[in-house]
Design a protein around this ligand. Structure first.
Ligand code: SF4
Length: 380
């Protein structure tokens, strides 16, 4: 795995809005901060590029997501952000299905980004649910690297379903050929029954079974650097003892890194639907849980706090356990994300199944290029 681009700054340089109460405490014990987001006047960290004849500023680093939405996800997590709805939103990305000419459009979008340094961030719904689509995607992205963007990291976010299905081995090999930087595998509890109550895999999906998951995770860990991702929530990993148990199980699964994520904080742009209510009711504070872990020597003995990272709408703490496992505690704020997107600068690139290349997660918003109409629209 290649590290994030390291731009170290003094903690005092961070905007106060990005600082949680725990940050103040960590300031004393963590000497290094990585800022992944450039300041507006940090010229060297903005890549200027004309797309459709219009000059844009692209933050560095930046990720590109070909949003996977061939079919509904094999899981049905109650907290799934794909089911959040903006009050002013149109058709959500999760409801769009790719047309037969999808890959032609993606290829044209990537050619329009020729020369822009970026990283592949493969997510959306579940990329591995349609193995043939995923294989075509990897092939196309690889081919585009000779005549398109300058690619730094290649990351896949997955619930693992396709890797436990009949074409799992083919997919694993394809990831190696793709030179995946690392894979983020979602599993929200170390107990199989509790995890199933959270992720609610559909009955025919074998990765829901604990033994199948553990075997699949170890196979993946043999093929690519593996990170296990656990979303904190009531009824799941919520206490410091849960963190300790999850970490020791993750090592047995072959993970080199574990990511604990808090539910994203929402601003008032979202409708009060079942997902938003679930996030409100079942939220576990990362600050409180992390503080509890740090205060509990049975959990954090031997931990080395290594660095803090500030992203464009998230911050995280990286540490290393005595056994060499890397652990990341991460928190994200969608309000901060919307503020960044509203500046007109570009912090994120997403290509949707409707042929739109957008500077955010909503089809129809912040459209940079519309492949189907070849119409270039103004950003914002
Ligand atoms: S696995 Fe991911 S995309 Fe699928 S329902 Fe869960 S959170 Fe949503």
């Amino acid at each position: 795995m290649r590290p994030a681009i390291p731009f170290e700054i003094a903690l005092a340089d961070l905007p106060r809005s990005a600082v949680s109460p725990l940050f103040e405490r960590l300031r004393k014990s963590v000497g290094r901060v990585t800022r992944r987001t450039p300041l507006p006047d940090e010229v060297a960290r903005w890549h200027t590029h004309a797309i459709g004849g219009v000059e844009r500023r692209f933050a560095q680093p930046i990720t590109f997501t070909p949003y996977a939405s061939v079919q509904p996800c094999s899981a049905r997590c109650s907290f799934c952000s794909e089911n959040l709805r903006k009050s002013d939103g149109g058709t959500p990305a999760s409801r769009l299905r790719p047309a037969p000419d999808y890959f032609d459009g993606l290829s044209r979008a990537l050619r329009a980004l020729r020369g822009v340094p970026l990283s592949w961030s493969l997510s959306g719904l579940e990329t591995s649910d349609d193995a043939d689509w995923m294989l075509r995607l990897l092939h196309m992205l690889t081919a585009s690297e000779s005549d398109g963007p300058v690619v730094e990291d290649r990351v896949l976010y997955t619930n693992g379903a396709g890797f436990a299905a009949p074409q799992g081995e083919v997919l694993r090999r394809a990831l190696q050929g793709f030179e995946l930087s690392w894979l983020e595998l979602s599993r929200h509890h170390h107990d199989g029954a509790i995890n199933q109550s959270i992720m609610r895999f559909r009955p025919e999906v074998t990765i829901g079974d604990q033994a199948v998951f553990e075997r699949t995770a170890r196979q993946l860990a043999d093929a690519v650097p593996l990170r296990l991702v656990c979303i904190l929530q009531r009824g799941g990993v919520a206490q410091s003892q849960d963190v300790a148990a999850y970490l020791s199980w993750a090592r047995q699964c072959g993970a080199g890194t574990v990511v604990f994520r808090e539910f994203s904080r929402l601003d008032d742009a979202y409708r009060d639907n079942a997902t938003a209510r679930y996030l409100r009711a079942e939220r576990v504070s990362m600050d409180a849980l992390l503080a509890a872990c740090l205060d509990d020597p049975e959990v954090s003995r031997g931990w080395t706090l290594e660095s803090l990272t500030e992203g464009y709408y998230f911050w995280n703490l990286r540490l290393c356990t005595a056994s060499g496992l890397n652990v990341i505690f991460e928190s994200a704020d969608y309000g901060a994300m919307h503020e960044r997107h509203a500046t007109g600068d570009i912090y994120k690139l997403v290509y949707f199944a409707n042929g739109q290349l957008c500077a955010g997660w909503e089809p129809g918003h912040d459209v940079l290029l519309d492949i189907r109409t070849e119409q270039v629209l103004s950003h914002g």
